[in-house]
Design a protein around this ligand. Structure first.
Ligand SMILES: C[S@@+](CC[C@H](N)C(=O)[O-])C[C@H]1O[C@@H](n2cnc3c(N)ncnc32)[C@H](O)[C@@H]1O
Length: 347
């Protein structure tokens, strides 16, 4: 017997449940409710006092979280299982997913702005998505860099301990800091066009005592005036967001020292648009493309018409065309398993 096909109503009602529960997690993160529950279970009154929120609100949220299966409930006390605490609060834990509710809520809050952008054809700046989007995205990526960046570096052919590294489109700087950890004597320069990201990145470097080796610069990655000679020039999950990806790749080529390596990490999507073959990852990318990455890349150019307007699903063939147009001779995809990203080595 085959399963009856899921109707659109079933599908959207299921999605609605997931979406509303995701927003309640974002609420709990924003208010510090999971942090307040981490060490000890609580009643509504205790949570309200610990987190500084109204008791009636605390009770409703606790009951909802227990019903959703995010919290335990016994004898009037609500508790946060260790596994959930790590996934929501420990940004370098391999199971961390605490950035997802934050970026989702911040994206939903941008709907009016995105509606207007679709009508006018104008773009939206990355910064307009706000601190929750920026920090949420950065924290999920931080998990990847903290846990896997060393393995990725080992897979790059002929990469000998680089003395100078550039990290283009570095965001809050988590990849730059992971690069500094992987190469203990390297000097790392992060470049990003979003002022708040650069400020946050500088703060993270200072908090980790790495400000002497890791610097962050407010610059356009496509600026032909970018100067320097780097043994490793990287761009992590940023080229598809850029209005001028060819200009940025050309600048990266110019920053590379004679024997230097250029690494671009970007979305691993299918080879072509094929709705029947698209997996959940590609559906997720398209969702973010519609609501964030495309408007941002349109906004990252002097006029909307001048933007490459790539979208999140930057196919390998599209990226290769960009790299060749920027003056690279070849693009190799490294043999690195990653569910979300593809690793391009450019020569
Ligand atoms: C998806 S975020 C990724 C950030 C970071 N690489 C990470 O992995 O967390 C894309 C970043 O690209 C930056 N960006 C977009 N266009 C840029 C440009 N023209 N020059 C420099 N940075 C740019 C944005 O400000 C944003 O920080």
């Amino acid at each position: 017997m085959t399963d009856a096909p899921q109707t659109l109503r079933d599908r959207l009602e299921g999605a609605g449940l997931q979406a509303i529960e995701l927003l309640t997690v974002a609420l709990g993160l924003r208010l510090g409710l999971y942090v307040a529950l981490r060490d000890e279970p609580a009643t509504a009154l205790t949570l309200a006092r610990r987190a500084g929120i109204g008791e009636r609100y605390a009770r409703e949220w606790l009951e909802q979280q227990a019903v959703a299966g995010f919290l335990t409930h016994a004898d009037g006390l609500f508790g946060l299982p260790d596994e959930h605490a790590r996934a929501l609060l420990d940004a370098e834990d391999p199971t961390f997913v605490g950035g997802t509710p934050r970026t989702s809520a911040a994206t939903a809050a941008m709907l009016d702005v995105v509606v207007e952008a679709y009508r006018s054809g104008a773009g939206v700046s990355f910064g307009a998505y706000g601190p929750e989007f920026r920090a949420g995205l950065g924290s999920n990526n931080r998990r990847e860099y903290a846990n896997h960046l060393g393995t990725w570096m080992a897979a790059i052919p002929d990469l000998r301990s680089p003395a100078r590294i550039a990290d283009v489109g570095c965001g809050e700087g988590w990849s730059s800091l992971a690069l500094a950890a992987a190469f203990a004597t390297a000097a790392v320069d992060g470049i990003d066009l979003d002022e708040s990201s650069v400020f946050a990145a500088r703060r993270h470097a200072a908090e980790r005592g790495l400000a002497d080796r890791v610097s962050f610069h407010l610059r356009d990655a496509a600026d032909p005036g970018l100067a320097g000679r780097y043994d490793l020039v990287c761009a992590f999950e940023t080229i598809h967001d850029m209005g001028d990806p060819i200009g940025a790749l050309r600048a990266m080529r110019g920053l590379r020292a004679a024997d230097g390596t250029v690494l671009v990490v970007d979305e691993r999507c299918g080879d072509r648009f094929d709705p029947a073959a698209a997996d959940e990852r590609e559906r997720y990318m398209y969702g973010y493309s519609v609501l964030h990455c495309l408007p941002v890349s349109v906004g990252d150019a002097p006029t909307p018409e001048q933007s490459a307007a790539t979208g999140t699903c930057m196919r390998a063939s599209v990226f290769t065309d960009y790299a060749l147009a920027a003056g690279f001779e070849s693009v190799d995809v490294l043999d690195i398993e990653h569910e979300q990203w593809r690793f391009y080595c450019l020569t």
